[in-house]
Design a protein around this ligand. Structure first.
Ligand code: GDP
Ligand code: MG
Length: 602
């Protein structure tokens, strides 16, 4: 294809501002699908994505558009994942484009994720076309939003396209703007093949499907290719694109985006960001920017019913087929039995996997408190040299006497909020050891920047933020590296025995608070027994918080339920049922629900 007739672009937006709806409209307007084939949102292809309005796996569609100049253009529209947990995937998708549509809700204005995404887009030297969407809403204020785009982002918004993706207004203008304002790609068809691996996923019929952006050369069926970073070689057996229907092509040339398959069985072999070239006479230098993504948040996943362990193992393995960025290994806990220690790119990623396991695989799960990854310098012991370890499970916490330093990951968080909630938000950040680095106002809203330890954010920061601000505050973050901290392992003891599933690594300064909260919650959650039960939070041998569950008097049940036979029967039945879901701990039966509830931070 003539390079001057190709346009590659993505759509960037804050969640819910209308990215998917606009994409669907563009597909519809260019005839990629008949009305009947248009399911409600074509690009969000997983149920959870649809329900939550987020896109997990990037999907790319090719549209043929005949512009007002009479020429027919090939438009490649990339749907990028919208969340910071998938930052690296987003960056590769953006690297495959020359421009972006910046969609901003005409009533909501610029939000935290709008900013995070647009800055990335600017870094990739994109031509950015502002699109102000939802102009049909009574609360729409396009002029105000234009001013925000100019003030906050520094982009000229005078020729922003006004749309209502919902009612189909302005869609033709968007297509014209893409053709006229976004530059065509560059590339050399005669140079050695150089293609970027933008995304990969597992398809039950095709095996691993790889989305590529060709920079130089041509990729076609029968070609023997090499993944430069992965070091593997494969025979290309299919080349095509999505319109959004899967369509076979003869080849993918320079500047174009499409997919290939090459009899690859596992997504792990097709890592995002890798460079694909030919085995013979290939490129000698890989594309810049390759990075192996590492999980940053870990937690244990345990079946509520121990009999479900095999099912959990199979389900996790299946999910993993499609997502090389999450990791798992078997773990056993005295409190929770057999399960898996899993690693995720971030909190949302964790939630998505957890939700898919319970929904798609019908599994009842307990999740232990999420942990970040700590770097620990250990001094030498009698039997062991000094060394550095990475810790993500409190159960593996080393002998404290050997710990020289512990470092924890920090993030930079940008929060956008209506003024009235600012006070409570500042307090929340402060309580979480945050360091405020910036505070500005734009049109009645505050933008506040904090540096925060990730370990304070993984618990329930996002939920708290949303509830404090009644859903109005938006939040985005990026990692800024490791910093030393005064971190300790806190154990929770029930009847003097530590409960492994509840131990956690905390900053010494907040340990007492956390410990007290946990003890208080457990006091309410653990049923009374015939003896007194001490509940303690301890660091090493030192108790920092304590509650006691009073003993149950022996005659209580008898008295309460005396005479009434059916009631007594019911009670016994209930107890029997309850038993299956109880865990014995230091002679104390703890209901499964107590673990789940206790792990929710108060
Ligand atoms: P995304 O998260 O950016 O992909 O947003 P969606 O495309 O899923 O849209 C979020 C919500 O906004 C959905 O309920 C859409 O129906 C709605 N929406 C999208 N565009 C418009 C629009 O132009 N006007 C109105 N009123 N609602 C819209
Ligand atoms: Mg969407």
């Amino acid at each position: 294809t003539d390079l001057s007739l190709i346009r590659n672009f993505s759509i960037i937006a804050h969640i819910d501002h209308g990215k998917s709806t606009l994409a669907d409209r563009l597909i519809q307007a260019t005839g990629g699908l008949t009305d009947r084939e248009m399911s409600e949102q074509v690009l969000d292809n997983m149920d959870i994505e649809r329900e939550r309005g987020i896109t997990i796996k990037a999907q790319t569609v090719r549209l043929n558009y005949t512009a007002k100049d009479g020429k027919t253009y090939e438009l490649n529209l990339m749907d990028t994942p919208g969340h910071v947990d998938f930052a690296y995937e987003v960056s590769r998708s953006l690297a495959a484009c020359e421009g972006a549509l910046l969609v901003v809700d005409a009533a909501q204005g610029v939000e935290a994720q709008t900013l995070a995404n647009v800055y990335q887009s600017i870094e990739h030297d994109h031509e950015i076309v502002p699109v102000i969407n939802k102009i049909d809403l009574p609360a729409a204020e396009p002029e105000k939003v234009k001013a925000e785009i100019e003030d906050i982002i520094g982009l000229d918004a005078s020729n922003a396209v006004l749309t209502s993706a919902k009612s189909g207004i302005g869609i033709a203008d968007v297509l014209e703007a893409v053709v006229q304002r976004i530059p065509p790609p560059k590339g050399d068809a005669k140079a050695p093949l150089k293609a970027m691996l933008v995304d990969s996923w597992y398809d039950p019929y095709l095996g691993v499907v790889i989305l590529v952006r060709v920079l130089d050369g041509v990729i076609k069926k029968g070609l023997q290719v090499k993944f430069m970073q992965g070091g593997t070689e494969h025979l290309v057996d299919r080349v095509g694109c999505f319109t959004p229907k899967r369509t076979d092509l003869a080849d993918i040339g320079p500047g174009e985006i499409g997919f290939i398959t090459a009899q690859i069985k596992e997504v792990e072999q097709a890592r995002v960001g890798d460079t694909i070239t030919t085995v013979k006479n290939g490129a000698t230098q890989a594309l810049p920017g390759y990075k192996e993504v590492q999980p940053v948040v870990f937690c244990g996943l345990f079946p509520v019913d121990a009999a479900d362990f095999e099912k959990l193992r199979e389900s996790i393995a299946k999910l993993r087929l499609n997502d090389a960025s999450f990791s798992y290994e078997m773990e056993s806990s005295a409190a929770l039995g057999f399960g898996f220690r899993c690693g995720f790119l971030g909190l949302l990623h964790l939630e998505i996997i957890q939700e898919r396991l319970s929904r798609e695989y019908d599994l009842d799960l307990i999740t232990t408190a999420p942990s970040v990854v700590y770097r620990i310098q250990l001094s030498a012991s009698k039997t062991d040299d000094a060394r550095e370890i990475y810790l993500h499970n409190p159960a593996d916490y080393p002998d404290p006497n050997r710990i020289d330093t512990i470092e924890e990951p920090w993030i930079k968080a940008v929060i956008y909020t209506p003024d009235e909630y600012l006070g409570s938000i500042l307090k929340l950040c402060q309580d979480r050891r945050g360091i405020q680095t910036n505070l500005t106002y734009v049109g009645g809203r505050a933008q506040v920047t904090y540096e925060l330890p990730l370990n304070e954010v993984v618990f329930d920061f996002y939920d708290r933020l949303k509830s404090i601000s009644r859903g109005y505050a938006s939040f985005d973050y990026e990692q800024i590296g490791l910093r030393e901290g005064d971190l300790v392992k806190m154990n929770i003891l029930v009847n003097n025995e530590p409960v492994d599933a509840l131990s956690m690594i905390v900053h010494r300064g907040v340990a007492e608070d956390r410990g007290r909260g946990m003890c208080e919650r457990l006091k309410d959650l653990i049923p009374r027994h015939l003896f007194k039960i001490p509940i303690q939070a301890a660091i090493g041998g030192k108790v920092i918080a304590r509650e006691t569950i009073a003993a149950l008097r022996k005659d209580v049940t008898a008295k309460c339920y005396g005479g009434d036979i059916t009631r007594k029967k019911k009670l016994l039945e209930k107890q029997k049922k309850g038993k299956a879901r109880m865990r014995e701990y230091g002679n104390v039966s703890i209901p499964q629900e107590a673990f789940i509830a206790a792990l929710r931070m108060g």
